[in-house]
Design a protein around this ligand. Structure first.
Ligand SMILES: [Zn+2]
Length: 263
């Protein structure tokens, strides 16, 4: 669709009235929502209207696609879009929802030449060329209900979609200027190396060590921590926090439910 037609359609979608029942579902299921400012709540709701109109949902393994399923996923995904000019996860067309964590065939590199194959339990996955995303409904609900445990499958998988916006799965999203790109790469390289070193030596870390897998996973787990553990992330990784804050144009400390001693 031509850009100006798409913009016009989105504008009218955003202006649609938002059903009270929908608002109640979000308030009930998505814990961060009531902590947002009134302006951010309105922006999020407008963004959800566009998201729901543009993305297909499909239930798998007898999972029913209800308003609750659609809204609980959309509200969390749209948190990543606030305050920014966005094309609403343009590479994603369809969200496949399973009732619970599913078994997936997997090929995983052990070294550069040896690949391990087998089945693993997963709560979600997406890939640059898939055009789709898989989510487990139980993990989506747990992630939404606890806004400060540092784990959120929807934020994680949609972070990957942001990473793909510049056509690579390299842990660097589309950034406006060359200067921003250089600063981003430098900070991410240093932080990624220190997470890898901590994982190798068994030192406990705020960031999930799954982020030591590669730069793309580092980006996704950083975003989970940015929104769910912002106070700790800002104090332990100030440069990482600052890059994420510049990119998202948000300061999640302001709406955080994080329990930190002395705060
Ligand atoms: Zn991932």
């Amino acid at each position: 669709m031509l850009g100006f037609l798409k913009d016009r359609q989105r504008k009218s979608l955003k202006a649609r009235p938002f059903a009270n029942e929908w608002l109640e579902i979000i308030q009930r299921n998505v814990a961060f929502f009531v902590r947002l400012s009134a302006a951010d709540q309105s922006e999020l709701v407008a963004c959800i209207q566009v998201f729901l109109a543009e993305k297909n949902f499909e239930g798998c393994a007898d999972q029913e696609i209800t308003d609750e399923v659609r809204l609980t996923i959309a509200a969390q995904a749209c948190l990543l879009l606030l305050h920014r000019k966005t094309d609403y996860f343009p590479r994603l067309l369809t969200i496949l929802v399973y009732p619970s964590s599913y078994l997936a065939e997997e090929q995983r590199p052990i070294t550069t030449d040896i690949w391990e194959e087998g089945k693993s339990h997963r709560a979600g996955e997406t890939a640059r060329t898939m055009g789709s995303m898989v989510l487990a409904w139980d993990a989506v609900k747990w992630g939404a209900a606890d806004p400060s445990d540092g784990k959120n499958v929807v934020l994680h998988e949609f972070a990957h979609q942001l990473d793909y916006e510049n056509f690579a799965a390299d842990g660097t999203p589309a950034l406006a200027t060359r200067r921003q790109q250089l600063a981003w790469r430098e900070v991410m390289r240093t932080e990624f190396a220190s997470l890898r070193a901590a994982e190798a030596t068994g030192i406990p870390t705020l960031l999930d060590t799954y982020g030591a897998t590669n730069a793309a996973e580092f980006f996704a787990v950083s975003i989970e921590a940015f929104f769910e553990r912002p106070v700790m992330l800002r104090s332990q990784h100030p440069r990482l926090y600052s890059e994420l804050q510049n990119y998202f144009r948000q300061d999640p400390v302001e709406f955080s439910a994080e329990r930190v001693k002395g705060r």
